[in-house]
Design a binder for this molecule. Structure first.
Ligand code: AMP
Length: 220
């Protein structure tokens, strides 16, 4: 439940790998004082830490395929129970299948709108962006374009192990097959919005804020 008098802001970011979901989700979440929940970051941290989850996910991630719905639904269910998610959240990388989206609907009470934002970027732009993307070699945190070291721990930036050319192609194929149907699943809802992701960071951020405001408007 949200604090009395404050409506929770719940946002799902949809978009292909490289669409800028992570960067925009981080920025939006910070501005609103809500957590960004990135399932990719949770998995990468688990891989780095060598936990059971990390061991289960590693090979699948490196091949650019999707970790099982069962595992992912469990991860998100547990994460949403943490206190900081009471005031809302930005989900980045989840749901990625219709099964995950249906499970998410059952996890959430109806006290606040669920805003779904699809960030659209042409495929040739995605491939170029993914080739240039960097993450922290220490903690796995995604890096904002243009920065020299990790904003969280100061660690060195490296290319993601699943951002090689072949894996990128596989991830885009996986996105088209499993995640694009999510747009069909959500697009008839009155809380669904599309944002043009092929613009400057600032313009995408402004459009994202406007899209969320158009749903939750003056209710905050
Ligand atoms: P991302 O950082 O969101 O691009 O996620 C990196 C990788 O983590 C994906 O290519 C998948 O292997 C895995 N992953 C992240 N989120 C999910 C999810 N919701 N369902 C299945 N696999 C996921």
């Amino acid at each position: 439940m949200a604090d009395a008098g404050r409506v929770a802001v719940r946002v799902i970011m949809l978009g292909a790998p490289g669409a800028g979901k992570g960067t925009q989700a981080e920025r939006f979440a910070k501005a609103r004082g809500i957590p960004r929940i990135s399932t990719g970051d949770i998995l990468r941290e688990a891989v780095q830490a060598g936990t059971e989850l990390g061991r289960a996910a590693r090979t699948t991630m490196e091949a650019g395929r999707l970790v099982s719905d069962e595992i992912m639904i469990g991860v998100v269910k547990e994460r949403l129970l943490k206190k900081d998610a009471d005031v809302g959240f930005v989900l980045d990388g989840f749901p990625r299948t219709v099964t995950q989206a249906e499970a998410l609907d059952t996890m959430l009470d109806k006290s606040a709108s669920l805003v779904i934002v699809d960030i659209e970027v042409p495929e040739d732009v995605l491939v170029k962006r993914l080739a240039e993307r960097r993450i922290c070699g220490n903690c796995g945190w995604g890096a904002t374009p243009g920065v020299a070291s990790c904003a969280r721990c100061g660690g060195p930036l490296v290319t993601r192990s699943d951002d090689g050319e072949e894996t990128v192609r596989e991830r885009l194929r996986v996105y088209a097959r499993n995640t694009q149907p999510l747009v069909d699943f959500y697009c008839r809802r009155s809380t669904f919005r599309s944002v043009d992701g092929d613009q400057t960071l600032e313009s995408v951020a402004a459009d994202l804020s406007a899209a969320v405001a158009s749903v939750i408007g003056g209710r905050q």
